[in-house]
Design a protein around this ligand. Structure first.
Ligand code: ATP
Ligand code: MG
Length: 150
């Protein structure tokens, strides 16, 4: 199942992400796709804030990822932009970001099947400079959490 929403500001995208975050559990993996500048990091920032992350949530484009302490949960934020497939050795570097964390993965295509089960797939797209489409594929209960408060 999926829902499609349109947001008209970064704040609205963060608010959608925050609603999704409320339905997530430790161990969940959320992929966040979309072209350059579509708003992937903005989405992860909104979700992370809602999970209690106080640190600045910035793009990990020049590192593999960041790990944040939220409110009773650890949050991982990975960016696989530089990856072209994930070798076993590279997977060893990535594995610590998963497990009991809630993990958000930008540019997940590079990981292929290696990510395992994904709780939600988010795809952002440009409409114009301030508008973005957000398509979220997830289970019915999680989508109900996203839609609540629209
Ligand atoms: N409705 C919107 N939702 C999200 N971001 C928006 C929106 N409107 C404008 N923006 C702007 O678009 C940019 C999105 O940047 P962001 O770093 O989140 O994108 P990204 O997809 O992570 O990029 P990259 O591919 O470089 O990782 C920001 O400058 C943000 O302010
Ligand atoms: Mg980004």
């Amino acid at each position: 199942m999926s829902v499609e929403l349109t947001t008209s500001s970064p704040g609205e995208t963060e608010a959608v992400a925050a609603r999704l975050a409320k339905g997530l559990l430790p161990g969940d993996v959320v992929t966040v796709s979309g072209e350059l500048g579509a708003g992937k990091t903005t989405f992860v920032r909104g979700a992370s804030r809602a999970l209690g992350v106080a640190d600045p949530v910035t793009s990990p484009t020049f590192t593999i990822g960041h790990r944040y302490r939220g409110d009773g949960v650890e949050v991982s934020h990975l960016d696989l932009y530089r990856f072209d497939g994930v070798s076993n050795a590279e997977w060893g570097d990535l594995e610590p970001y998963f497990g009991e964390t809630i993990a958000f993965v930008e540019w997940p295509e590079a990981a292929g099947d290696a990510l395992g089960a994904v709780r939600a797939s988010v795809r952002l797209g440009h409409v114009d400079p301030s508008h973005r489409t957000i398509v979220i594929a997830a289970d019915r209960a999680l989508l109900a959490t996203v839609s609540a408060g629209c």
